[in-house]
Design a protein around this ligand. Structure first.
Ligand code: SF4
Length: 400
């Protein structure tokens, strides 16, 4: 690979606060639910296994950036490079330590558990408050082997959870006594780490068997959620994966934001499925809602942030003016690009007769803020499950 291309990608990832070390091959864990199975939608390169020389460059570049309060650097590039469990790189642990030693920045990493528990626990004690360790447990139950053929063993995962280093564990419902059982096991050995739960979402390229299991798990989400609620675990418990639930829990803010946009009845506004259902039920005929499915990701995806300009293009039909939520174009590069890298200007050029306006209030700061503020398991049980309004909204039909 041309060094110039590689170093430019390093710089790009670093600008977006990533620590772009690479494994030099596709992820060997081969999870059947992996969202990296098809990343053809975004331009990536295949960087070689990061060498000590490259690391030196990466670290020196990072050191040039000011430290911002609360900002954590993501270990492993993931925008222009493929994602993996970066601790499979033989030097990852040493380099993590060097990063902590030579900067005052925070770090965040996601791993399925290829870390050395004792060494990591020691680092957490040495650098308190600087390591955000998000452990992707996925499941400790019977489906683990099938879903994650090359993942670490349950014993290894539990050993990691036992210590002080794990900030959060994520795991999901795959049927009765899956998510709830895992929650109790994890909470028992670590009552402090945050429990991130919910379901995995089938996307276009996930195989049929895994997709069926994901949907089966979703059908048990209410039961599993109630079981955990009734157990009264001390850990913070969040569910952020189901957009229909998140939308419902944040409904007041969404409606308020929508009202503040002061749209006219005839104005066309782009919305994803859950927002369509909410607005067509509670703000009927207040505007023309143009439902845009997440065609590019396919499957059961339903998310405004992950809509692409091409998804929108496929639904346009001669409109003269269209309102777009800002979230579509909040690329980490800070340019107005969608997740595939297409710019807003490129999109507009395709429709010279249409005027596009951006709803700046509908931005990811607002949506992420509400997601975190409202997405407690407790809220789901007390405000969503069994709520007749939630049922009414869920049943609102989507247009073809
Ligand atoms: S470890 Fe992560 S990147 Fe690797 S296959 Fe599993 S989900 Fe994908």
């Amino acid at each position: 690979m041309d060094d110039q291309v590689l170093y430019n990608v390093f710089r790009q990832e670093i600008r977006e606060r990533k620590i772009p070390i690479s494994l030099g091959k596709t992820c060997p864990v081969k999870c059947t639910f992996c969202y990296e199975k098809d990343h053809s939608y975004r331009p990536t390169i295949d960087p070689p296994l990061t060498t000590p020389e490259q690391w030196k460059f990466i670290l020196q570049e990072i050191q040039k950036y000011p430290t911002r309060e609360g900002e954590a650097w993501l270990l492993g590039g993931n925008e222009y490079m493929e994602w993996t469990d970066i601790f499979l790189h033989p030097k990852a642990m040493d380099w993590l330590e060097e990063f902590l030693d030579t900067t005052d920045k925070q770090v965040i990493f996601f791993t399925v558990g290829y870390v050395k528990p004792e060494r990591l626990h020691k680092l957490v004690e040495k650098y308190p408050g600087r390591i955000n360790f998000e452990l992707s447990v996925i499941t400790l139950g019977e489906h683990r082997k099938k879903l994650m053929p090359n993942a670490p063993t349950v014993e290894q995962v539990l050993k990691i959870i036992e210590g002080p280093s794990v900030t959060s564990s994520n795991f999901y419902s795959f049927g009765p006594n899956t998510m709830s059982k895992d929650a109790m096991t994890i909470s028992k050995i670590n009552p402090h780490c945050i429990l991130w739960m919910g379901c995995l979402t089938p996307l276009r390229y996930i195989d049929a068997e895994t997709s069926t299991l994901m949907r089966y798990g979703r059908s048990y989400l209410p039961d599993e959620t109630r079981r955990i609620y009734n157990a009264g675990l001390p850990n913070t418990q969040m569910i952020h994966t189901e957009s229909y639930i998140s939308t419902f829990l944040a409904r007041q803010k969404i409606l308020k934001t929508f009202d503040a946009c002061e749209l006219e009845k005839k104005d066309t506004v782009v919305v994803s499925a859950s927002i369509y259902r909410l607005l067509s039920t509670l703000r009927k005929n207040r505007a023309r809602y143009l439902y845009v499915p997440n065609q590019m990701l396919g499957g059961d995806s339903d998310c405004s942030t992950l809509l692409t300009f091409n998804d929108v293009a496929q639904r346009l039909n001669g409109e003269t003016q269209v309102y777009l939520p800002k979230v579509i174009m909040e690329h980490p590069s800070k340019e107005d690009r969608d997740i595939t890298g297409v710019t807003f200007d490129e999109f507009k050029e395709r429709f010279p007769r249409t005027r596009f306006k951006v709803l700046h209030k509908v931005n990811s700061k607002m949506s992420n803020g509400k997601l975190y503020e409202k997405g407690y398991l407790k809220n789901i049980v007390e405000d969503y499950l069994g709520n007749p309004l939630a049922k009414k909204i869920a049943e609102a039909p989507l247009p073809n």
